[in-house]
Design a binder for this molecule. Structure first.
Ligand code: DOR
Ligand code: ZN
Length: 351
């Protein structure tokens, strides 16, 4: 098989940033995806529908030159999210539901990751907002890691399931939840087996790499993201979940651009930049277990079904054609290093 044609996929978890960074990266996602759920962890965060509306307009403005340069970028739709805080009012949730352009609310435990300082300090603090979300059907997207410094960084997701997620779901059984960028077999099993409306996104990097990638021949900051890469047993469990055909698992790149200098740093930023070659990376992961036939469900069908949005109707084609991921790309006045730079990939999105 030398070509692979899919219904045009969507990215259900994406960081687009703002200003010069936004202008540098938005075209890469628009080339590959019809829609993307856009993360709200800007500085300051996107906490209101009015902020989300203004951010959406900035994204569409930044997109215009990309569309002029490459027609494949046309029609990209940013699906906006709100950043949940201890002060999010139930009325804001209702406004979000009625807006038509806010599609979810993101829960960052305070201190869990990049720009999460304004995040949630306890589930008790956000009860009124969660009640409003449960009533209105607006999905809650969860960064599922505990933040306690005494919990090992490799255990934070598994501990979160037991101590936060499971009790929360008992209290809010009808709350629609996406467990974001899952990284462990515990999370994959939990989502596959739980009763009620829960799904999970999985990144390409967590399907392709295990934690030794961080230390191969030296420190590899471009493989550092949160939640951090786990052991090989977890990677295999994620691959099994993604390729199982279960509608609970779908594509979310978590492409998280940071300038080269801030990644290759004494205290490097978390995040892997995968937007330019996301589908090619996912194709490599699915092909590694002989399941390219399941890529379309994961990339193009399960996400819109969970979000209750129409499936896309246009198509994209990948061709079997070896190419090398560039060493770096322009990023405003700086450079950015895409994940797996310098490595060969077997599939390439056709123009
Ligand atoms: O690695 C990550 N980078 N994980 C996150 O949760 C946030 C993201 C970012 O915004 O850079
Ligand atoms: Zn993210």
């Amino acid at each position: 098989m030398d070509t692979l044609t899919l219904i045009r996929p969507d990215d259900w978890h994406l960081h687009l940033r703002d200003d010069d960074a936004l202008r540098a990266v938005v075209g890469a996602s628009a080339r590959q995806f019809a829609r993307a759920i856009v993360m709200p962890n800007l500085k300051p965060p996107v906490t209101t529908v009015a902020h989300a509306q203004a951010y959406r307009a900035r994204i569409l403005d930044a997109l215009a030159p990309a569309v002029a340069a490459d027609p494949l970028c046309a029609g990209f739709e940013p699906l906006m999210t709100l950043y949940l805080t201890d002060r999010t009012a139930p009325d804001e949730i209702k406004r979000a539901r009625d807006s038509g352009f806010v599609h979810a609310v993101k829960l960052y435990p305070a201190g869990a990751t990049t720009n999460s300082d304004a995040g949630v300090t306890s589930i008790a603090a956000v009860r009124p907002a969660l009640e409003a979300m449960q009533a209105s059907g607006l999905p809650l997207l969860i960064h599922g890691e505990v933040t306690d410094a005494h919990i090992d960084v490799f255990d934070r997701e598994a501990v979160f399931i037991e101590t936060v997620l499971e009790p929360m779901r008992r209290d809010f059984p009808d709350l629609r939840i996406v467990f974001e960028h899952i990284t462990t077999k515990e999370a994959a099993q939990y989502v596959a087996q739980a009763s009620g409306p829960i799904a999970a996104t999985i990144t390409a990097h967590h399907l392709l790499y295990e934690r030794n990638a961080l230390f191969k021949g030296g420190m590899r900051p471009h493989w550092y993201c949160l939640p951090i890469l786990k052991r090989e047993t977890h990677r295999r469990a994620l691959l099994e979940a993604a390729t199982s055909g279960s509608p609970r698992f779908f594509l979310g790149t978590d492409s998280a651009p940071h300038a080269k200098d801030l990644k290759e740093h004494a205290c490097g930023c978390a995040g892997c930049y995968t937007a330019p070659h996301a589908l090619e990376l996912y194709a490599a992961a699915f092909e590694s277990v002989g399941r390219l036939d399941r890529l379309e469900g994961f990339a193009s069908l399960h996400g819109p079904d969970f979000y209750r949005l129409p499936r896309n109707t246009s198509r994209v084609t990948l061709r079997r054609q070896s190419w090398t991921v560039p060493d770096s790309l322009p990023f405003g006045a700086e450079r950015i290093v895409p994940l797996a730079s310098g490595e060969a990939l077997a599939w390439r999105l056709s123009s």
